[in-house]
Design a protein around this ligand. Sequence first.
Ligand SMILES: Nc1ncnc2c1ncn2[C@@H]1O[C@H](COP(=O)(O)OS(=O)(=O)O)[C@@H](OP(=O)(O)O)[C@H]1O
Length: 453
Amino acid sequence: MAGRNKVWLFMFGLTYSLSAFILLFVYETYFRSLVVSQFSSDSFESRGAEHLTTPRRRKATVASGNFSSWSFQNRNREQKRPNRVIPVSQIENVHTCTLHNDTITLPMAPDVILAGAMKSGTSYFWNLLRKHPEFIPSRKFEAHFFDWQFAVPPKDLESHEFWTRFDETAKTREEQMCAARKRYIDDNFDREQLLRMRYNRNNNRRAKLTFEKTPNYMFLPQIPRLVHKICPWNPKIVLILRNPVDRAYSHFVMDSEKDAVNLSFEEYIQLELDTMRHYGLTNVPKIPVEEWGNLDHADHRHLFQVPETNMTRDEVDHADWMVYRQRHMRNYLQRGTYSLQLERWKEHFPLNERLLVLDNDRLLKEPRKVMGEVLAFLEAPRPDFFANESVPVDTSESEKMRHARVKGISNLLSIGGYDPMANSTRRFLEMFYKPYNQQIVNVLGEEWRGVWG
Ligand SMILES: Nc1ncnc2c1ncn2[C@@H]1O[C@H](COP(=O)(O)OS(=O)(=O)O)[C@@H](OP(=O)(O)O)[C@H]1O
């Protein structure tokens, strides 16, 4: 009896596995090929804008290979069934531009750029967005495209030579822009995957939203204009502001943890003030550090003003750039003078339409509420996990990532805490920033009045 049962069991298992295999085979060879369109990035370029060839299936390893090797490997299958052709017009959110007479088809990516400010909770924000099912982050944790690729004084960006770095043979500025755009997307996203996702009509999938974060972008004078030109679909920009006094010190602590400093915080501040004075960006006189603690706002307010200047905007941009360069990016003070930076962004990205500015304090205290506002601004759905307790609100999360990256796992125990800055230094910096903070109201509106005291 037991023997017969075993035979039945064996027969049943065999039939079951065979049916599963047949179903899988049918799905893989026929059904899936209809649902999941397979694109080749090269085919986009070589076949022009009107039509895209979508071979039925393609090995993942061929994704970045060239078109001819791909066609060879798939020739047999193609002969059996001709390629299906999908018009570019059926893919949502694509941009086309011309390079060497070829039409380049690019997904409009990123949709969102988290542009700063440095040391304001951007990693935490990045982490939250990354957990959202609709968002795809850039390949690299920080993309650093607009700061590293364009690391020259703003006025040098006019030269033809500069722009040849993206494609030596591109002749017109339009072509050069196209090459830069392509490089930005290819460096940071999977072009083919995005185009596939954005072909919505038949596979009925929502287009995913892409984002990148680079906190360094906010400060650099030429970047808002560059983003506007290189991404003509105008991505949405998110900026997070933190009390500039704390931001400056957190920035210094980060550098000292990386052993990138050899002076005290106060010495760096003095040096930076010297450089800013040299370029006409401040009139704050040299006050010895020992006297910082004796400063009184009522008596010394006149010393701490945003300087009246007759420099043009281009000259100010150049001066800002020079201080940044000469301080070797340790411009702890200058980065917290937010108002002008915000103005530059607002010029190209209308406030609350394409530009959202958040207060780091609020993000820290009520992350779920703030993320709700952010998702509304980004026109993204609010997934359940943002509404319940499982949302990660651990403020040390970003720090964990940084420490793990910079110094290894042993530092995880020292997360979040560092020696506080001297009271006298805080006092000095608060006086320095007060007039700049007041100017934020002119750019962002009344709700920012009185921010950070
Ligand atoms: N949720 C939340 N809200 C607000 N602030 C937060 C949050 N999480 C982390 N932090 C603090 O942000 C500081 C790190 O900022 P960033 O992630 O922008 O740093 S970086 O520019 O990417 O290096 C870092 O500040 P310091 O600890 O003072 O250095 C973090 O503690």
